[in-house]
Write a protein that binds this ligand. Structure first.
Ligand SMILES: Cc1ncc(COP(=O)(O)O)c(C=O)c1O
Length: 395
């Protein structure tokens, strides 16, 4: 391995949400050092040195004035990445920049729906799918994923029923592809079926593909819109943030094929970017493929470790290694009789295991009894985290 994912990096005094933010988000008393952080979805690994180097080089040019992307090389690098890895010929004229996928969701809901039109999501769900809808005063409807033989499946009949219900007036489906929190990588057949149901009912699809680069080795991501190249109703959200641990650069790529909606976005929102983020992003897609391949090997190893530890320490928990992401979705419902009435799992594990996790409250619906663990940390930290959780649940 050329890169060292075992390195434990001090995040103290970096204004990190993962390291410092949890105090205001979760609990105010207690000292930081005692806790293992397996919550917010960024990584404890170094951002690739190639990105840091490119940002240093840009910094050395001394002026950090207003910046946008004017250099065609940037777009070429993006085109090459998506074509090579996903056989997806992106159209850079469809591209707009956003400070993040969550801001893009908040911006897009009112552009894709009228006031009286509503939104459907699968549950469990990444929480901002829910809030971006409510923030914009649209109603939200849920279609629960069904767990069949340990695998989460889409309930097409339920989706079709809801989309054809004129009282619900659903005009937008927000899809996590791959899926946070279950890690499902939707297959070509699944996307085809879902896409046909939505398009036939004149429903926009907002396909959030932020996790698309982080699949278990051997699996393949298929961009949703690549299956419907003639449709302008599929918006794709991508970003270097998860893949290369650059969430703090606040730069994501949103592909909006519908001209009117894209023009409205461009009218409302500036395309100014941080010059450091531009340099870092270009380096990421141009130079960091080897780093990503090594990261994936390391993450596969972390999931193997978790799987082994769960089998031996928490044999009644239900867990399948996810097809993607660095997030584990673990059903610990059998152990929850430990938790006092009215208490929640996150607080229980915070107090008794000194591990910070995300619990079912963060995933909207259809998630009772689950916790989500972030495995993007050095292996020895992950090992200790799961041992502490197991000890607390078995006590
Ligand atoms: C499905 C999904 N979308 C979006 C985000 C965050 O996007 P951003 O940081 O670009 O706003 C996350 C982060 O966990 C996510 O899991």
């Amino acid at each position: 391995m050329k890169y060292n994912f075992d390195e434990v990096i001090e995040r103290k005094n970096t204004n990190s949400v993962s390291y410092e933010g949890w105090k205001s988000h979760i609990v105010k008393e207690a000292t930081q050092e005692e806790y293992i952080r397996m919550w917010v979805a960024d990584m404890d690994f170094s951002t690739p040195p190639e990105i840091l180097e490119a940002m240093h080089t840009r910094l050395n040019k001394k002026i950090l004035g207003y910046s946008e992307v004017f250099d065609d090389k940037y777009f070429k690098v993006l085109e090459d990445w998506f074509l090579k890895r996903y056989n997806w010929p992106i159209h850079t004229k469809h591209l707009v920049f956003s400070p993040g996928v969550v801001p893009a969701l908040n911006r897009l809901v009112p552009l894709l729906t009228e006031n009286n039109e509503n939104v459907l999501i699968n549950t469990p769900s990444y929480y901002p799918f829910y809030t971006s809808t409510l923030n914009n005063e649209r109603k939200i409807f849920f279609s629960g994923l069904k767990k069949i033989n340990g695998r989460f499946e889409i309930d097409y009949a339920d989706i079709e029923k809801k989309l054809t219900d004129t009282d619900k007036n659903i005009k937008l489906f927000i899809h996590s592809h791959p899926h946070n929190p279950t890690g499902r990588v939707w297959t070509k057949e699944e996307l085809q079926k879902l896409g046909e149901i939505c398009l036939k009912n004149d429903v926009f699809i907002l396909s959030d593909e932020i996790h698309c680069d982080l699949l278990r080795r051997g699996l393949q991501h298929i961009p949703f819109s690549s299956l419907f190249p003639s449709s302008d109703k599929i918006i794709t959200c991508t970003a270097p943030s998860k893949t290369f641990n650059v969430a703090g650069n606040l730069l994501s790529h949103i592909f909006i094929p519908n001209d009117k909606i894209r023009e409205e976005w461009n009218r409302l929102y500036s395309s100014s970017l941080s010059p450091l983020s531009i340099a870092g992003t270009q380096a990421a897609y141009a130079q960091c493929e080897d780093w990503l391949e090594e990261l994936k090997i390391y993450l596969d190893g972390n999931f193997k470790l978790l799987d082994r530890k769960i089998k031996s320490l928490l044999p009644h928990a239900k867990f399948t290694v996810p097809e993607s992401t660095y997030l584990a979705w673990l059903d610990i419902s059998v152990y929850l009789d430990k938790i006092p009435e009215g208490g929640n799992v996150r607080d229980f594990l915070l107090k008794n295991a000194k591990v910070i996790v995300e619990d079912s409250n963060r995933f909207v619906d259809n998630s009772q009894g689950f916790i989500r663990l972030n495995l993007a940390s050095p292996r020895k930290v992950i090992a200790e985290g799961i041992e502490r959780i197991a000890q607390a649940l078995n006590a």
